[in-house]
Design a protein around this ligand. Sequence first.
Ligand code: PMP
Ligand code: GLU
Length: 391
Amino acid sequence: MGKRNLLNPRIAGIPPSETLGIAALAKKLAAEGRKVCDFSAGEPDFDTPDHIKESAVNALKNGKTKYTPAAGLPELRSAIAKKLKKDNDLTYEPRQIVVSNGAKHSLFNVILTICREGDEVIIPGPWWLSYPEMVKIAGARPVYVYAPESKGFKPESGDFERAVTSRTKAIILNSPCNPSGIVYTRDELKAIAAIAVRHDLFVVADEIYESLVYDGATHVSLASFGRKIYDRTITVNGFSKAWSMTGWRMGYLAAAPAVADAVTAFQSHSTSAPNTFAQYGAVAAIEGTGSDVAGMVSAFAERRAVMYRRLTSIEGITCVKPMGAFYMFPNVSGFGISAAEFAKRLLEQQAVAVVPGGAFGGEGNIRLSYACGMDDIREGMDRLEKFVKSL
Ligand code: PMP
Ligand code: GLU
């Protein structure tokens, strides 16, 4: 490049996704022959259930190899509408649903669609690390409402209320939450919904971990609390986590018609609809019996129990008990090194991959995913214990 930096500063200032970066590093070490315990990316170790794969294969064989409409395959949008009614008590017409290349893409689409330069977007923390970057790319400003461990990582409604200004455009709510695993209760969600209605805000409700809840916790969809909050909520969900379909890149959003139409127009000029035969696989996922999801959830529940018991038995480590998703966000600030240094040395010395908490808002924390095999969890916890003793 010449003397002038020709890159768009809004993009040039964006760090690459640390979850994806560390996951790639862990995979590289494993390919070099090291036995890595990989707790980095939130990627279930299960294979995609067979009936889903078969549906995509049949679609390919039957010539489903052309574009679908920009907002997605009509059959899939109908199946999603039915699912939202049945599981989430949400009434959406298929035309209010836009299918995209993963929930990440749905989130990015909607953030770019609703945010203007100078808008503010409230992000409760700990947060999923891609939200702030998406908001910044849109020219808006993330406003963080961080709840520390002492508050169970759960901001109160008053914290949200105090963050609202005349420039606030939206709140991004992620329950169950990546990285903390917290699940908002119905009453907590109602209080946040009331704030959004009172201040005329959008809420982006990222419900991608909805089926992964434990110990009797329940997931409630924010948009189900009545017309006023329904109209301003964009419900985002996807297939990666519940059906172990990370590589398929299938996600969707459901919103008021004007929002869905705008997102569709945007998508029609940027990526067009997602992959056609992957969409047929998604239809099979959503129309399945749910037994595949239930099997994976019970495996996650067992892994969660083991990882939580082992982690919290290590002297100096504390952890808020996660009620959903498949992550733990323990505090490692008591060892005299930063969480970033802790994660780096843990990978170098013990080949255990975790993500430092800074990008999620938790400077003294690390994030561990338990979407991996039980043997890796046991071995990884042994290594972590050894590592901590060496500090
Ligand atoms: N939201 C959250 C909170 C996530 O953790 C992820 C991680 N994959 C996504 C959205 C996006 O998932 P995908 O793009 O694979 O559907
Ligand atoms: N969402 C997962 C995670 O947080 C996958 C990686 C990513 O999309 O960032 O680990």
